[in-house]
Design a protein around this ligand. Structure first.
Ligand SMILES: Nc1nc2c(ncn2[C@@H]2O[C@H](COP(=O)(O)OP(=O)(O)OP(=O)(O)O)[C@@H](O)[C@H]2O)c(=O)[nH]1
Ligand SMILES: [Mg+2]
Length: 882
């Protein structure tokens, strides 16, 4: 296993520093000797800890295409076709014997739907079948099944045998779904919807419930009622034409196992192979909308009143029904349409004015604020939004708010405003996980298509939230934009316009920086000239006046006028106000200036120009093109442009990871769930307020992505008091504030170290010790390190020794410094990842790593204490060799 881990670990994040329980080592996952593109692009993204749980033999078997299956006759043809399956010796007839098999309702269902019994609530145990098709899990409830079919934990009165299958079916008639009272659920439930216990299999663990063949890794389809699992050969015979979705013929008309509700409508690979896409679609639609598969209405309490069947239908069939509705207690504000779980803040805005449930209670959502909206005390997150939207919340205000967000004080007639009118309210809601009105909601609250069940009434996807924050110019907006391009999240029209404006304005910022520096260089050169002349005069009488007054940094008087004006604007800080209105007019001048030998001479000293980004020449080369009205920034332009918006405040994007081809060969259980959604909220440090007081707004973040530019160690920033602070120390201060903030004391942290490509150049000439925090960096090569070759980054530096290049050692050292800082305030681990340049795929590893980090505990709670087994390069805390 150790070997396996060694091989797999880099797959997860080929450029990530893994945590270690020791303060004295920094582990990283560059593959040894690796010099190619990021590993994660050539090797499947496999979760190491999930693989860790699979017996090695199993890994080998699915690697060798264990699941390959023979072609099976399409469903619609209904022909009697005998197909042989490679590993079976007995009969393998996958066709249908007669027409009755295709018409389950007319035959089998009637013969098995009688009898009565009492349930004892095994539904909570039926956890093994969430993924279709599935494998047995180790803790499956059937793990003590003997060879004869039997029914666990239930006392059945009548036992039927499904004529087509070998599993015993125990009909229990109409019982309380969760095994509670055992009584009829009342007049509200359609009386033909009944409950059925889990089927019990006769065969060995993992075998098909019908033919008893197969084992743990056999691909199977699961009945959503009784959890019987059928192999590829038996599934169509056992389930027939599936008029209510994936149910055994004998389970038609029965309620589904509530644990499988989130799988409704999600078809499996097996069905996809066996049936045409139209058939699969029809079956999945039937599965979602048929009456028998709906939630038992009495299991849904709205404002403390259980629903009846008609109310449930009203709720599900309204224009904006609650998403992913499950049995439970909810509150509902009829006036505004706000909807949430009892005691919790609102989760959705559904259609208003539905005649369902009881009276809304004042403490329905557990709000502990002083503000009442429609008779309910709002939560503190809602209060933040109200304040954001400009609603006066002082004292103990009592508001009425309608579905379109219009509000007025109780007892008054005048509408004071509409909360959704304020720009940014919806984004702020997204950040605080509060709902926003659905686009399909009609402002008047009128219902549309009331007779139509919405096909998207599917469970809400799970959302993981990343908060992306970092010190100034640490690369957060670049990461954000890289993420957008990488995961195909389109830029909105206004983002496009903002970025275009940023690019056009930046042109002038860059030229202004160059002009200012040109002036400095010119003065410097003139001074030298004068010194030289003075020297010459004292040694000889010969002199040349002309040479004294001009240098390579001098420009013509015509350009000088523009130059002075631009520099003045920049110093006054109002460049953004003047441009881009003047962009087109001045673009040719900018171009002329850029081509001027004096500016080029200045640019040649770009290493001394701290304020000038590397991307400046990329844009200045195309000044005229960029300044045109119809200029459309390309993806690279978008990436190279610093910033996202001019206001530089908040930005948010939501995405799913694309299903990677490399994962195709893996069984569903081991793939990342493509239905999981992720949100990156990027916030600029200056928007966090004094002492990061606005961090509270982000308390439902799952993982904090903290970005630090590796090149910051010798750079300075001027704070609000005019004091120059080393940028690395500023990053350290911000990091400390965030990790010690009360809203984040149980969060996962991923440190993203950016600009590694620039560090490679810089660290060769400017020592890391420039930053006082790094004064103990002493890159002496240890004996151990000499023997471990670890040059694996995409570094262009050729390393003559076997030790890692200096930049890599600096990166590890910086990572370690942050890890130690983190460790000094918390027991938790700080994960570290590296970003190496502007290409979108350079951030892919970091974001995928963030995904791994965010779900790790889900897979393996013991991970916290696990020690990484990857080859490491160790640097001791003093920076000397170990
Ligand atoms: N070469 C290189 N440049 C980078 C990298 N990451 C960011 N940059 C550049 O660094 C500059 C600052 O990056 P941004 O993404 O704007 O940083 P930020 O944290 O959003 O900055 P502010 O919002 O202005 O504080 C931009 O010019 C980027 O193009 C990187 O990994 N390599
Ligand atoms: Mg930043």
């Amino acid at each position: 296993m150790a070997l396996l881990l060694k091989k797999l670990r880099p797959v997860v994040s080929s450029s990530s520093v893994h945590d270690d329980s020791s303060d004295y080592s920094v582990e990283y996952s560059f593959a040894e000797e690796y010099k190619g593109p990021p590993l994660s692009h050539s090797i499947p993204q496999v979760h190491p800890f999930k693989l860790d749980q699979i017996p090695i033999a199993n890994i080998a078997s699915f690697r060798h295409g264990h699941f390959s299956v023979p072609v099976i006759q399409p469903f619609s043809k209904k022909t009697n076709t005998t197909l042989s399956v490679h590993d079976d010796k007995q009969q393998h007839n996958t066709g249908f014997h007669d027409e009755n098999e295709m018409n389950p309702i007319s035959t089998n269902s009637n013969t098995t739907e009688s009898g009565s019994g009492s349930g004892s609530g095994s539904s909570s145990l039926s956890v093994s079948c969430e993924i279709f098709p599935c494998r047995e899990e180790d803790n499956e409830i059937e793990n003590n099944i003997s060879s004869s079919p039997r029914h666990e934990n239930r006392h059945s009165i009548v036992t039927f045998r499904d004529p087509e299958s070998n599993c015993a079916i125990h009909d229990e008639g109409i019982v309380d779904y969760e095994g509670g009272s055992g009584s009829n659920s009342g007049s509200s439930t359609p009386d033909h919807v009944r409950v059925k216990p889990h089927a019990v299999r006769n065969g060995q663990k993992g075998s098909c419930y019908r033919c008893l063949k197969g084992y743990r890794l056999t691909e199977r389809e699961v009945c959503i009622v009784c959890s019987a699992k059928y192999c590829r050969n038996c599934v169509l015979r056992a389930m027939g034409s599936m008029p209510q979705g994936r149910k055994c013929v004998t389970c038609i008309g029965y309620r589904i196992d509530e644990n499988k509700r989130k799988s409704l409508g999600k078809f499996s690979r097996m069905l996809k192979h066996l049936l045409s896409s139209l058939e699969v679609k029809q079956i999945m639609n039937a599965e979602m909308v048929c009456e028998a598969n709906q939630i038992p209405p009495e299991k849904i309490l709205v404002n403390a009143d259980p629903l009846d069947w008609d109310q449930l239908m009203l709720l599900l069939r309204c224009a904006n029904p609650p998403k992913g509705l499950k049995p439970g207690c909810y509150w509902y504000d009829r006036t505004s349409g706000f909807w949430g779980k009892e005691g919790q803040r609102p989760s959705q805005i559904i259609s208003p004015h539905l005649d369902i449930g009881g009276r809304l209670l004042i403490n329905a959502s557990g709000g502990k604020t002083n503000v009442i909206v429609n008779g309910r005390l709002v939560s503190k997150e809602e209060l933040l939004i109200l304040k954001w939207a400009g609603v006066p919340c002082e004292g103990n205000p009592d508001f009425w708010m309608t579905a379109d967000g219009s509000y007025m004080e109780v007892g008054q007639k005048n509408i004071k405003g509409r909360i959704w009118d304020k720009v940014g309210t919806k984004l702020a809601c997204a950040i605080l996980s509060l709902p926003v009105p659905s686009n399909s909601a009609t402002p008047s609250g009128e219902e549309e298509n009331t007779n139509k069940v919405r096909p998207d009434n599917l469970p809400m996807k799970m959302l993981y939230k990343f908060l992306l924050v970092g010190s100034v110019k640490s690369g957060t907006s670049t990461i954000f934009k890289q993420g957008k391009l990488l995961y195909n999240v389109p830029f909105s029209e206004s983002e496009h316009q903002d970025i275009k404006l940023v690019i056009q304005t930046n042109l002038f910022t860059y030229i202004a920086i160059l002009l200012e520096e040109r002036e400095n260089f010119e003065e410097e050169s003139l001074l030298e000239n004068r010194k030289r002349q003075h020297l010459n005069e004292s040694t000889s009488s010969a002199g040349n006046e002309g040479e004294i007054d001009t240098t390579i940094y001098s420009i013509s008087s015509r350009l000088k006028g523009l130059s002075d004006w631009l520099v003045k604007c920049m110093v006054a800080g109002n460049l953004a106000a003047i441009f881009p209105a003047a962009t087109r007019e001045y673009a040719p001048l900018v171009e002329e200036l850029w081509k001027d030998p004096a500016i080029q001479a200045t640019y040649n000293r770009r290493n001394e120009l701290k304020m000038l980004p590397r991307s400046a020449s990329y844009f200045l080369d195309r000044a005229v093109e960029i300044s045109k009205i119809d200029y459309q920034p390309s993806n690279m332009d978008i990436l190279y442009a610093g910033g996202i918006t001019l206001s530089n405040s908040l930005a948010s994007m939501e995405f799913s990871f694309p299903v990677s081809r490399a994962e195709d060969s893996l069984d569903a259980e081991f793939k990342h769930d493509p239905s999981l959604r992720y949100q990156i909220i990027r916030v600029h440090p200056t928007s966090l307020g004094e002492n990061c007081k606005w961090l509270d707004m982000f308390e439902d973040t799952d993982t904090v992505l903290f970005s630090v530019a590796l090149t910051d160690y010798d750079e300075y920033t001027i704070d609000s008091n005019g004091v120059a602070t080393n940028k690395m120390l500023a990053a350290k201060n911000l990091f400390e504030k965030i990790i010690t903030h009360k809203a984040f004391n149980n969060k996962k942290f991923l440190l993203i170290l950016t600009k590694f490509d620039l560090l490679e150049e810089k660290v060769e000439t400017i020592p890391l010790t420039r930053c006082e925090w790094f004064s103990d960096f002493n890159p002496v090569i240890s004996h151990n390190e000499k023997t471990s070759s670890s040059s694996s980054s995409r570094s262009s530096i050729v390393n003559n020794t076997n030790s890692p290049p200096l930049a890599q050692r600096a990166f590890q050292y910086i990572a370690m410094k942050f890890k130690r800082l983190f460790r000094s305030v918390t027991e938790r681990k700080l994960f570290v990842s590296l970003v190496n340049g502007l290409e979108p795929d350079t951030v892919d590893e970091a974001v995928r790593y963030a995904r791994e980090v965010s779900v790790w505990e889900k897979w393996d709670p013991s991970f916290k204490n696990e020690k990484s087994e990857i080859t490491t390069t160790t640097i001791d805390p003093e920076g000397s060799s170990s």
